[in-house]
Design a protein around this ligand. Structure first.
Ligand code: KG4
Ligand code: ZN
Length: 324
């Protein structure tokens, strides 16, 4: 069967074609990063307008590269939550219009389930049950995923998401938006043990990064350390925080596999720290599939379709019938 995936929840417009027998056939993405960079963050209205401009050409290119006609599509999956409401509406409206035109079902896909399942796409042997960390610009959530694709939230940040803090620290250090890669580059030339930053809620699955953000701001203001050392110590603290939560979650659930996904999962320091964990297998999606993409939505729609889950005759941006 052939699944079309549409993602437009934030500042990436992305359309992909996934075939259950042959894998990903095409994937077309337009990232608006460079448009929003000058504002230091995503401007929702600007994002929606660019999704409107880009979605149809990307859809057409995705079909062309996959070498299929629109009639070959069996199911359309579209991100319907969470995200910027105007941005979501563009993808959902496009999906519903297409579904109506070609008389195919439209499945609403929760963005976080897409991020989590993208690890399966990159590691075909990976199947639930597993623990899943979604670490992105908008989320830092820990889930337990069972065999039947039930997602149970075990913990989440009570304030900033990890990616948001990377972006804010990058801004304090005079870097661009988004700033995760900038901080990683600084960290490569710094000493990660130069400053001992705090870890919040040490013995719980709850996370918090706002205290860390303030501590980094104070360290920059004091000027006693090189910016590279501050960046390395900050990155190491985020990595240690996530790894400590992972160890705790493993202890509590008995799971022996962990998925780490979302844009921050690109981070080299975080990948290294997780790789050092004992007695668990850790799965990261490829770099291109850590950040927002249509492939993860196309793949997730095939997984949920098989379980007849989230299955209705339409998807709406206000649909909150999610188990995640
Ligand atoms: O998953 P994503 O593309 O969008 C959201 O759903 O939020 O994640 C974007 C986030 C940004 O905060 C960006 O700074 C962060 O991922 N990011 C990184 C790295 N690459 C992207 N953070 C740390 N290190 C990186 N190498
Ligand atoms: Zn995302």
């Amino acid at each position: 069967m052939i699944f079309l995936g549409i993602e437009s929840s934030c500042d990436e417009t992305s359309v992909a074609v996934y075939c259950e027998e042959r894998g990903i056939l095409s994937s077309e993405t337009f990232s608006q990063d460079f448009i929003h960079a000058r504002y230091g963050g995503v401007i929702p209205e600007v994002a929606s307008r660019n999704h409107i401009i880009k979605i149809r050409p990307l859809y057409e290119a995705a079909l062309e590269k996959a070498n299929i006609s629109k009639e070959a599509i069996d199911v359309i999956g579209v991100t319907n939550a969470p995200g910027l409401i105007g941005a979501l509406f563009v993808g959902v409206s496009f999906a519903r219009g297409l579904g109506y035109a070609i008389r195919r079902p439209v499945i609403p896909i929760h963005h976080l389930s897409g991020h989590i399942l993208s690890a399966e796409l990159c590691h075909p042997d990976l199947k639930p049950p597993y623990l899943a960390f979604v670490v992105s610009g908008g989320h830092t959530h820990i889930f337990d995923v069972d065999e039947a694709l039930n997602f149970t939230l075990l913990g989440r940040t009570v304030d900033d998401a990890a990616g948001e803090v990377f972006d804010k620290v990058a801004k304090m250090a005079g870097g661009p938006y988004p700033g995760g890669k900038f901080i990683q580059n600084l960290a490569e030339n710094g000493n990660q043990n130069a400053i001992k930053f705090p870890i919040a809620f040490k013995h719980e699955l709850k996370l918090s990064f706002s205290g860390l953000k303030t501590a980094v701001m104070l360290a920059i203001e004091k000027g006693e350390h090189k910016i590279e050392d501050i960046a390395a110590s900050f990155q190491h603290t985020v990595a240690r925080t996530l790894a400590e939560k992972a160890s705790l979650a493993v202890k509590l659930t008995g799971r022996n596999k962990i998925v780490v996904s979302g844009g921050v999962a690109c981070n080299a320091g975080i990948r290294k720290t997780f790789a050092e964990m004992k007695n668990v297998q850790v799965f990261f999606p490829d770099f291109a599939r850590c950040t927002d993409n249509g492939e993860m939505i196309a793949y997730a729609s095939s997984r949920f379709y098989r379980f007849r889950r989230f299955f209705g005759d339409s998807a709406s941006a206000s649909d909150t019938k999610h188990e995640i």
